[in-house]
Design a binder for this molecule. Sequence first.
Ligand SMILES: *Cc1c(COP(=O)(O)O)cnc(C)c1O
Length: 338
Amino acid sequence: MRDIDLRSDTVTWPTPAMREAMARAEVGDDVCGEDPTVNELEAEAARLTGKEAALFTPSGTFANQCAILTHSSSAGEVLLAEKSHIIQHEAGGAALISRVQLRPTSPDSSHLNPDDVAARIRPEGDIHYPKTVLVCVEQATGDGTVVPLKVLERMRKAAGTLPIHMDGARLFNAAAALGVAPALVARHADTVMFCLSKGLCAPAGSLLCGTQEFIDRARLNRKLMGGGMRQVGVLAAAGLVALREVRPGLAEDHAKAKRLAAALKKVPGVRLVREPEINLVFCRLPGWKGTGLELAESLRPEGIRIYPDEFGMYRFVTHRWLSDDGMAKFVKALRKRL
Ligand SMILES: *Cc1c(COP(=O)(O)O)cnc(C)c1O
């Protein structure tokens, strides 16, 4: 039996339909643009996000870093939220790959605030200042919150002529939570990336979407970064199934998160940090006296997997392969320990 795995939505394995599509996929050398399945996936991604073109990349980190590199042709400064994935979880790659200065902003907020951006765009004409070259927003955020569309609209105004890149690793979760088309969520961003490998169950891959001109340059940068892959239609085939068949199920992942949060709230010693908006449930566990690692290890023999806390905060993630029965077992196991 598989573990009850609440660590992340990246632990999702491919659906049987994906496995079948992968086995049947038509392939070619994608570096030469000859993989028909990748071409189909890129066209589908561009259509869904309302952009002209798209580029298949090995990971979300790769797509974000490739976007920063492609947006920043000169030395400069990138404005983004201090809590953003690019600041916190991409190994500081932008300093090395794009030689830009990342300026962490809005430290007390789940998302980057338009007013903070407006106040930090560098005036021109002073040689002491780095040039502001890019604004990065995250949607949905790593805090599991969905940025209201109004905020993104205000961000567009605040950024003026600066390009906006949207880290939409969970773009479709945000769209499902807002009840709108993904293209509408990405409307105020010049470029957007989304992941196939999280709640969408595909084994790997992300897409970077933008204008044809931008994607042409990003394609060159993907090669430079070592991300040109060959008969990768086998992965793109899984991606197409992810977009067409798994994506509609994301709303159910969110409903599961709400059910899990409701059950956890009834457990003494659990403090829910906020009502879940997508598939991420954040809690503090004042009733647990050990370390997060000790809690994770104590659940392991029961086939339950969680990540230890980050600074006292636990994150439990719902996804397609987490059942109500699994969630109930987890809540019961937690109750026993608190
Ligand atoms: C997961 C994630 C990424 C990319 O992660 P990879 O593991 O490199 O695919 C980027 N941004 C956010 C917000 C994420 O959650």
